[in-house]
Structures are given as structure tokens and as C-alpha cells.
Write a protein that binds this ligand. Structure first.
Ligand code: URA
Length: 442
């Protein structure tokens, strides 16, 4: 077999079989095929696409390039499943994973959650968790399993030996203009999610300015590909397609999003949290249905609501903080108080009903130190933005719109300028697209 023949076959629109994909990627990971040939192949895939069968084969080959976390085979009375995880394609203010995992765990579904870091305008669950002093995300498989057994869920980062092929391919895609390819994104996301050992997966596929996929048709195509491929690989799966044109919730930042998650788990009635709560419960309900703990999503939502009202979800959230090295009492004491000393306020330029653009807020977050442009950059735990008014709210000129917290004094002015541009003013209330646009399942 020769790499060039596989490139030519894909370039001509042919369907590759598993052996061909295995040969090309296996040889690449071993350093036997050079970057320039895999780059040419990636571009051929980008232009010609892949069938579901090819995407499944690519996912499996990537999965087998490294270690997997075994949950099945390690069962005990405490570690028994069902194991269900959620994956979001990323957004601004999207802290759903933080309250979701303990809510679902409180309802009897165990959640092995392997998360990522902030990159570009989108936030990362690991950076949020690491704003908790002492909290460890670099768990061994044994610690991960023990955490799930103890609290019903555990949160960890991807280790170097999980799906090494994705690390290599993603770096190459980044510099060859081949990131935005549905089969390549599907295989990249799914291989990592399957490696963490879940029985079932729920995807939150976002569309809008703050999302990876900017349009609804793009998000639908990605959701369809994720659901079809995962189903063909024997996983139970569903996907929601959700709106990311404006930030989710009222707080954007690393510790600020821990704080807002605690508010959700406390059952705070603040209407600024309505969409965050709605999405958390909707995704939780999907997880409970796939895990066999709820007959339908309405019952699932009700169970999520009860898990919060009873205090059980908050209890598990705090227990997880203790298990993974943090101090829950300290965190509760810091809520509402812990802020960067470098601060400023954004005021309304004019009267009107406002819109808040998620992408611009996310980019301002990078300037403030919430996120990063390169994977090796550090983030600031206490930086962020608090939205004092949200999408569709009426404001008067001079009203305070946002509290802004930066990593240093110098970043405040450029961030405030960018945040000012994120706000649109309208004479009549702007039409609001629904938070949850659609759902996909086979
Ligand atoms: N997230 C991933 O993990 N991989 C992609 O290719 C795109 C988004």
C-alpha cells in the first residue's frame, strides 16, 4: 500500500476502506509518512467529504491510536453506570458542564467527563475548574474511576496518551486550512469522547457568532454527522442544536463561571439565569433518557429540577471539589466577592433594547485573560465580565451594562472598547431566536 494512492483515491472522490485509513494514519503516527502527504490527504477529505462508513473508520483508527479509559470491566457496587457524558462544541459563557454533571449524577446516571481548555474566543471547563485553588484535573484512570464511584461524576483533562493521532492531525489541520471539515471534526470529537468510556453521549451543537459553526445548516450537518457516526459505532446518542449568538448566562470568566454554576445549583431565581438553567436541564434530561433513568425528556427535566431543589446536586458538586483537591467551604465563601482588582465599568452609549454579540465578548475575554490565543498561554482565574443587562433588555444612556475585570490594568481599555462594540442598540425589542433550535437522534 502507498500513501500517494490513498491520496489520489480520496482526491477523486473514492470511498476509502478501513485498511487504507489505518495504513495512512498508523504510518503517520509512527512517523513513517510525512506531514506533506497527510496534509494533501486532509485537503482531499476537506474537498470531497467522507461517507458515514469512512468517518466511523477514521474515528476508530484515531481512537485506537492511544489509550482508552475503561469503565466497563471495572464495575463495582459504586461504579456501575450507566455512564453518560455531554459534549458541547463550545461557546461563550458556556459553563453548563459544571452544574450539569452533579445534577445528572444526583439522578442516578454516572458522568465521566473529560474536558478541554479555553482556546480563542471560547472558554474551557478545565480552566474554570482550575480557578478553584488546589483542584486537580490531571487524574490517573484509577483516580477518575474512584471519583465517579464516590460522587457520581469526575472531571479530568485529556491525557497525552489518549487519541495521540488527534493531537497530530489537529495541529496539521490548523495550518493547512482543513479545520472546518464535518468528517474531520466528527472523528476528532468522537474519538476523544469514546476514549473516556461512556455508554452514551449527548451533544450540544452550537450555532451563531460565538460558535464553531456559524449557521444553523452547518450545526445541523455536524449534529447529523456526530449522531449517525456514533450510532453506527454502537453508542446511544442524541444532539441538541442550540443558539450561541449571545453569551450563556450573565457571567463570563473562569472563577466567575464557577460562581454562576453555584448559583444554578442553589436554585437562584434570577431571570438572567433562565437560559442557562433551561439548557442545563434540557441536556440533563437527554442524558437521563439515554441512561434509562427517565422515560422522556419532560420527566428528565422534572428530575433535574428536583435534584437542584433537594440540594443533592449542590452537595455532589461540593463533594467533587473536595475529592479533586479543592476546599468547598472556601469556594462558597468566595462567591460574590472574588474579583480581580483591575476593574472598570461599561456604560450604555444610548437608549434602546440591547443585543450582546457572543463572539465579540469572547474575544474581549481573551484580552482580559479569561481565554488564550495559543495553547501554551496562561489564563487569569479572576478576570471576566458580568453582564448587568442581557439580550433584549431595555437600557437608558449611561446605565451600567457590564462589570469588566482584567488580568492587569493595561488590558481594560482595549477590552472595554471591544465590549462596547459587542452591544447593539435597537428601538424595538429585537426578535429572539429560540435557545434550543432542534434535536437529532436516530
Ligand atoms: N473540537 C475538536 O475536538 N476537534 C475539532 O476538530 C473541532 C472542535
Amino acid at each position: 500500500m502507498r500513501a500517494v494512492d490513498i491520496i489520489v483515491k480520496k482526491r477523486s472522490g473514492g470511498e476509502l476502506d478501513r485498511r487504507e485509513i489505518e495504513f495512512l494514519l498508523g504510518s503517520y503516527v509512527r512517523g513513517e509518512v510525512p506531514d506533506y502527504q497527510v496534509s494533501a490527504w486532509l485537503m482531499a477529505v476537506f474537498l470531497q467529504g467522507m461517507t458515514i462508513r469512512e468517518t466511523g473508520a477514521l474515528t476508530e483508527v484515531m481512537l485506537k491510536s492511544g489509550a482508552v479509559i475503561l469503565l466497563r470491566g471495572h464495575e463495582s457496587p459504586e461504579l456501575r453506570g450507566p455512564f453518560v457524558d455531554k459534549h458541547s462544541t463550545g461557546g461563550v459563557g458556556d459553563k453548563v458542564s459544571l452544574p450539569l454533571a452533579p445534577i445528572v449524577a444526583a439522578c442516578g446516571v454516572q458522568v465521566p467527563m473529560m474536558s478541554g481548555r479555553a482556546l480563542g474566543h471560547t472558554g474551557g471547563t478545565l480552566d474554570k475548574l482550575e480557578s478553584i485553588a488546589g483542584y486537580r484535573v490531571n487524574l490517573s484512570p484509577e483516580e477518575f474511576r474512584a471519583g465517579i464511584a464516590a460522587n457520581g461524576f469526575a472531571m479530568m483533562g485529556q491525557t497525552r496518551d489518549i487519541v495521540p493521532a488527534d493531537r497530530l492531525l489537529y495541529a496539521l489541520r490548523d495550518v493547512t486550512g482543513t479545520v472546518e471539515s464535518i468528517p474531520l471534526i466528527t472523528a476528532s470529537i468522537l474519538s476523544k469522547k469514546i476514549a473516556e468510556g461512556s455508554d452514551a453521549l449527548v451533544f450540544d451543537v452550537k450555532y451563531g457568532t460565538g460558535a464553531f459553526m456559524k449557521t444553523i445548516p452547518g450545526a445541523e450537518a455536524l449534529a447529523e454527522s456526530l449522531v449517525s457516526t456514533a450510532t453506527a459505532m454502537g453508542k446511544k446518542v442524541s444532539a441538541l442544536i442550540t443558539n450561541m449568538n449571545s453569551p450563556l448566562g450573565r457571567k463570563i470568566g473562569n472563577f466567575l463561571e464557577i460562581e454562576e454554576s453555584v448559583e444554578i445549583l442553589h436554585g437562584a431565581a434570577d431571570s438572567g439565569l433562565d437560559e442557562l438553567r433551561e439548557l442545563t436541564f434540557a441536556l440533563g434530561a437527554e442524558m437521563l433518557v439515554l441512561g434509562g433513568k427517565a422515560v422522556d425528556v419532560d420527566e428528565g427535566v422534572e428530575q433535574c429540577r428536583r435534584a437542584v431543589a433537594s440540594g443533592k446536586a449542590l452537595e455532589l458538586f461540593l463533594a467533587n471539589i473536595r475529592t479533586q483537591g479543592g476546599d468547598p467551604d472556601k469556594i462558597l465563601g468566595e462567591c460574590g466577592k472574588r474579583r480581580s482588582p483591575h476593574r472598570t465599568l461599561l456604560k450604555a452609549r444610548q437608549d434602546g433594547y440591547i443585543t450582546v454579540d457572543a463572539y465579540r465578548v469572547g474575544l474581549a475575554g481573551v484580552t482580559l485573560g479569561v481565554g488564550r490565543n495559543r495553547t501554551e498561554d496562561a489564563v487569569c482565574a479572576d478576570a471576566g465580565v458580568i453582564l448587568l443587562a442581557g439580550e433584549g433588555d431595555p437600557v437608558r444612556r449611561g446605565d451600567a451594562l457590564m462589570e469588566i475585570y482584567g488580568k492587569d490594568q493595561g488590558c481594560l481599555a482595549p477590552a472595554a472598547e471591544a465590549l462596547g462594540q459587542a452591544v447593539g442598540y435597537h428601538q424595538t425589542p429585537p426578535a429572539r431566536a429560540p435557545l434550543i433550535y432542534g434535536r437529532k437522534q436516530i
